[in-house]
Design a protein around this ligand. Sequence first.
Ligand code: HEM
Length: 491
Amino acid sequence: MHRELTHHKLHQTLKLRAHGARLPPGPKTAKTGLAKPWLYFRELSAQYGDVVSVPGLSSNPTIVLGSARAAWDLLERRGAVYSSRPRFVVGGELLSGGMRGLMAPYGDFLAPLAQAAPLGLHAAPERRLESAVLVRDLLKDPGCFREHLERYAASVIVLVTYGRRVTDVASDEVVRRNVEAMGRLTSVNIPGKYAAERYPALKYIPAMFAPWKAEVLKQRQKDIQLYMDLLNDIKDKVARGVATPCFTTHLLEEQGALGILPTPLARRSVQTAGTLASFFLACVKFGHNFIPRAQEELDRIVGRDRLPAFEDMEELEYVRAIASETFRWRPVAVLGGTPHASTADDVYNGMFIPKGSTIIAPLWTIHLNEKDFPEPHEFKPERFLEQRDFPGTLGHTAFGWGRRICPGAHLGAASVNLNIARILWAFNVTPAKDETGQDIDVDIFAFTDGFNSSPLPFPCSILPRSQYHAEVVRRTHEEAVNELKVFDSSR
Ligand code: HEM
């Protein structure tokens, strides 16, 4: 093993010489085991520049990108080279049997998934109806706003993927088992946990001699059981003629059987719910700067008699800017999603990036880069109304880049836009008050650890703008509940 490593190093050095270029600058040793590695990556970018090489995080070089321009140039423009995934020996190969799209290298297997995904993911009626439920939940029980956001996001994904609703996150079987599956995945995808990540041959040891492997395989059986149960449920509904069209029925029609396992929904609904939670946090801290202008726009374009609709979004320029600023200000995918891997040697601005490098483009650095976004921690929707020199069409990069760009971007962005419009149309969102009537301040840096980061619980006051607005919310909810009956899970 040692000889192999030495040989590998020699090979790298020769390659470096052949290219006349050096690895990007970076620290001699890296800090590992950090709860919030994105804070460290931002420090490294400030110290070493937009492209940093960080040793010792895996057996391959790790390259950390720190600007939208560098991420665009490599992950988007040179996407043919930068769209694979690092090897996930335990999480991808053993736990998922190579069937999880998220960790799959770019290639034949992923292409049909990437093409099929957007087809099943638009589902505008479901989102419109669930959003009416969300707004009524916020009216009825504003103290539990976080639970309502989570229910909304989970229900939209379960509707789109499996054609049934989630009415209560805490008691829903599919949500509970998906959250468990997600836990199994995150508990094995911890860098440095398994020697097999550095020495992949260890994965072939028979499970009877390797308790760690036996444990992982047992977890895998549970995942398979979950997806088989969901699939059988849908097949049964198709046979009885009561299935509503969804991503799974679409795949069944296309392929006759499922060749891929839909990735756990937990991660995806965390994105939407977390982004909306950050929006509430922004309202509490900075709402006085932007809510009046948004409500003026909503009153002018939508009026008082109905909730905003998808069709209004085109005209709601300022509300859209608020949504974009939310995606930028506190990106849930703090590390830029799952790392990419390069599949060929490359030179960028005179720096050598060897084949097989792990590429991380942390959004916490890219979205808080002062050159692109002056005063980055201030919430300023106006940024998105000005002409700015920024790669791409969105003005932010919350959905990733190139061939690995989030296939749910359309769904996620439309959900966030519509809900922000409806919430600001219906409510005044302000700081909560303490016993003495003083505003309770919130900490805009109090966020969770983990692969996706969202705000820790915080208090917030959500009150209807008027009784008339409250009435419209109740009426729209009643209509929505009637229309949603076709998705009733008990059928
Ligand atoms: C607010 C909403 C969302 C945000 C901000 C978001 C963000 C991201 C990001 C940053 C990535 C990594 C891209 C990369 O590797 O370059 C990603 C990947 C992914 N997202 Fe999303 N996402 C959102 C919603 C969704 C939804 C609603 C779905 C599905 C219904 C979804 C499905 C996926 C999948 C399957 C991948 C992996 C793609 C691949 O490996 O090629 N996302 N997302």
